[in-house]
Ligand binder design. Structure first.
Ligand code: ADP
Length: 487
């Protein structure tokens, strides 16, 4: 059953229920007030009859005789019967002269010294009958039954019933038509949502969005906004996956081709060719680095990259990194330590170290033999500023905004040719890790003069100082890339 039919049905059922309840109430109130009026009239008639009655005593039997002035108050629709103590009919109004039995035999049979009202049906007519004992000077001498026809009330009630059921029927009919129309109108945007969703599925085009004509503040508007947001996110995810796959296949192909070429060469030339062995080794190292970077990215993208935040003494960590850097640089470039302040930050020491080593290995990679790489740390009050400066290739100014993108390399031939060529993932991971520490990274560079990468990390707050020796576990998710169409 469609939502439209269901909503219409519920509306109509509710209206029918309210109308029914209202009808029963009106009916009951009407019945109650009209019958009360009839009962009061019957009561008054009895009082009047008894007040104007004429009593006499039979001298022989000393029986009390009573005469009631039926003719005086007789009117159509009013019936009166008088019975003696043996419940035998001894008088009646002309309106009921044909009847020799009591109008209400049941009440007469059981009647004690109190008035009693009952409904009876006589000659197809509904009557309200009042039975009352007749007492003269304290002696119970008989019974009186006064009845009123309910014909007019019944007619009035039938008319009300007809009016209410007719009106109710029309109201329900109108309600079905109007609710069906309004529900259809209200649900129309949902149909647009559905058809757009279907179109997106059929055309496989995640760039489509739902065009909503109405307000964005109501339920439908909010649904459309959420749906469009979901589409946006899906689109970004989809493009980022697609781009990732394309890039990764390129990245894997290059070292694998190099390895295969060198293995072929080894086969031809003989086992001992040191150049081929070196090439194989460096390509394998590159593949290993790529696999490591990919793992970090994959963990970050699924939000499962664990980080253990704690107090980190940046100066100590920098010394540590400096030692590693010297090993990494070997004899190629000189690694120096510049200014070294003390600075305390709240972060994951392993990840901060990963950031700095990544920057240093780039600096070493892109600095020719004999160059210098300098590390520095300055406490800038709210920020700890770490700098990695080299005297290397530098980066053209127009390339700087892109170097933090995934798989971006400035001069592709330059890095690929180089044995140390990277994957283009390093800086994107660095930037993301720095941002996960609520810090930022920027770069200044001059081609052929060198580059300086500056990492800003927030100095530990007073609150973080309080939790000195605790380790705060966090799982951080990588933000999705904006869609960039892949060719
Ligand atoms: P890769 O693994 O290729 O080094 P990165 O993401 O680490 O990838 O760096 C992206 C690009 O930025 C590199 O290809 C390189 O061209 C440029 N780059 C990074 N660091 C430096 C640097 N210190 N000097 C010159 N160019 C750099």
């Amino acid at each position: 059953m469609s939502l439209r039919v269901r909503l219409t049905l519920w509306n109509t059922l509710l209206l029918a229920f309210i109308l029914g309840l209202f009808g029963v109430l009106v009916w009951a109130v009407l019945q109650f007030t009209l019958i009360r009026q009839v009962d009061e009239t019957l009561d008054r008639t009895v009082d009047q009859l008894l007040k104007t009655s004429v009593t006499s005593i039979n001298s022989r039997s000393s029986e009390i005789m009573i005469e009631l002035p039926f003719d005086a108050i007789e009117s159509p629709g009013l019936y009166m019967q008088l019975f003696n103590i043996e419940r035998e009919l001894i008088g009646n109004s002309m309106t009921i002269s044909d009847l020799e039995t009591p109008m209400d035999a049941t009440s007469l049979r059981g009647s004690e010294l109190e008035r009693n009202f009952r409904y009876v049906t006589l000659f197809g007519n509904r009557l309200r009958v009042l039975t009352t004992p007749v007492v003269v000077n304290g002696t119970h001498i008989g019974y009186l039954q006064v009845a009123s026809s309910l014909k007019q009330i019944d007619v009035a009630q039938s008319a009300v019933l007809l009016l209410m059921s007719g009106g109710g029927f029309v109201a329900i009919l109108l309600s079905i038509i109007f609710s069906s129309l309004t529900v259809q109108r209200a649900l129309r945007p949902l149909e647009t949502v559905t058809s757009t969703a279907l179109q997106i599925t059929r055309a496989d085009d995640l760039s489509m969005r739902i065009d909503h004509q109405g307000s964005y503040d109501d339920e439908i508007g909010r649904l459309v906004t959420s749906f469009n947001d979901v589409l946006g996110r899906l689109e970004r995810l989809f493009y980022s996956q697609k781009r990732f796959l394309t890039d990764i296949s390129h990245e894997l192909r290059t070292p694998l081709t190099a390895i295969r070429g060198n293995v072929d060469l080894l086969r031809r030339i003989g086992e001992g060719d040191p150049e081929s062995l070196d090439a194989i080794q460096s390509e394998t190292e590159r593949l290993t680095r790529l696999a490591g970077d990919l793992l970090t990215l994959a963990e970050a993208e699924t939000g499962s990259l664990p980080m253990a935040f704690q107090k980190v003494e940046l100066d100590t960590l920098l010394l540590d990194v400096y030692r590693d850097a010297r090993v990494l640089a070997g004899t190629k470039v000189a690694v120096k330590l510049g200014e070294e302040d003390q600075a305390m930050v709240w972060g994951d020491p392993d990840r901060i170290k990963q950031v700095l080593l990544n920057l240093i290995s780039n600096a070493i990679k892109y600095t020719p033999h004999g160059g210098t790489v300098t590390l520095g740390l300055k406490n800038m009050k709210d920020w700890g500023r770490v700098t990695v400066t080299d005297t290397g290739d530098g980066i053209p100014i127009e390339e700087i905004p892109h170097i933090f993108d995934r798989f971006y390399r400035v001069d592709k031939s330059r890095t690929r040719r180089s044995r140390a060529g990277g994957s283009g993932l390093g800086l994107s991971i660095v930037k993301w890790l720095v941002e996960a520490h609520e810090g930022r990274i920027d770069v200044t560079s001059q081609p052929n003069k060198g580059s300086t990468f500056t990492v800003w990390l927030p100095i530990m707050s007073a609150e973080q100082h309080k939790q000195q020796n605790t380790v705060e576990k966090r799982s951080i998710r990588l933000p999705l890339e904006e869609p960039v169409p892949v060719n």
